[in-house]
Design a protein around this ligand. Structure first.
Ligand code: KPL
Length: 310
């Protein structure tokens, strides 16, 4: 099996490092040339949860022309707003049997992949792994949460089981599910309750759970988002508030992906996270003032540093 990691940022690089220890051929693909060059030169350095640093010699590239064999599985870990363009850009490294598995944050990624490739090629996934890109060629593993994989509709198929097996062999706790959309919404709650707050306040994930004000803000954002989820038919309950805080604790040393984007003055995934909640809430006539405020604060900050107005 050849697995191509499309968007080898922090999370994609971590998944690639784990897979590189198995029989599977693994290629890291990232448009960040500093990152791929550093990996080719020194291997990918991973600061592990136990404090050790491991080196993973890996194949990495920044252009589709450098991929020498068609991918059987593409792990899509690019930012949500770049999904369609990124998948289109690597179709020459794929064939009609290639499976695309999204492990991205936010809502709408499966649809983007289905449009760029074919719907029957696209699988859904979620992960609670946490990772931080420290500098080109070096990441820190920030939390070892579970990964779930499945078809968009119906029970897990042979191709889902095959990928689960490979992930498990790689040491990534992984299960299959026939409720992937439900799990995507659960993951959305996690990102709603952690990402924008950490990005705006310059903290690591664990601080949200440590501080009363952090817990309270996260709680209100998640409770608002739960109303929206319920209006869409997803039976997510108030226990999600505590589960979100547990993810913050489990990934305590991690800087959320949105925090890392803001640190690097890069475009964030706000539109696919709190912004998606605001949009669905408008359609359903639900008031979500905290999510609206979080969204607009991130939009102001990001517009300012990207030097454009939205
Ligand atoms: O998904 C994440 C993210 O940062 O985007 C969590 C699970 C919150 C880990 O940081």
């Amino acid at each position: 099996m050849h697995v191509l990691i499309l968007g080898a940022g922090a999370l994609g690089s971590l998944m690639g490092a784990r897979l590189s220890k198995t029989e599977v051929q693994t290629t890291l693909y990232s448009t960040n040339e500093d990152h791929t060059k550093a990996i080719l030169k020194n291997g990918l350095l991973v600061e592990e949860l136990d404090g050790s640093t491991q080196t993973f010699p890996m194949t990495a590239c920044s252009t589709p022309h450098a991929v020498d064999k068609a991918a059987d599985v593409v792990l899509v870990t690019v930012k949500s707003y770049a999904t369609r363009q990124a998948v289109s850009s690597i179709l020459r490294c794929c064939n009609r049997a290639t499976v695309f598995l999204t492990l991205q944050n936010g809502i709408g990624n499966w649809e983007q992949i289905a449009q760029a490739a074919r719907p029957e090629q696209a699988l859904l996934g979620t992960t609670a792994q946490g990772a931080t890109l420290l500098k080109p060629g070096r990441i820190r593993h920030g939390g070892n949460g579970p990964t779930f994989i499945g078809e968009r509709d119906g029970p897990p198929t042979a191709r889902v089981h095959d990928i689960v097996k490979v992930f498990m062999t790689a040491g990534l706790p992984t299960g299959s599910s026939d409720r992937m959309e439900h799990l995507i919404w659960e993951k959305l709650m996690v990102n709603v309750g952690i990402n924008a707050i950490t990005a705006l306040t310059n903290i690591r994930n664990g601080v949200i759970a440590d501080l009363e004000a952090g817990r309270s803000l996260s709680r209100i954002a998640v409770l608002e988002a739960l109303q929206v989820a319920q209006s869409k038919g997803f039976s997510l309950g108030e226990e999600m508030v505590e589960r979100v805080l547990n993810v913050a604790r489990a990934t305590a040393v991690n800087r959320s992906s949105m925090g890392q984007d803001v640190d690097r003055k890069k475009r964030t995934e706000i539109d696919a996270i709190n912004g998606a909640i605001v949009q669905f809430a408008e359609e359903a006539g639900i008031a979500v003032p905290v999510n609206r405020t979080l969204t607009q604060l991130i939009q102001v900050m990001q517009s300012n540093y990207l030097n454009c107005s939205q």
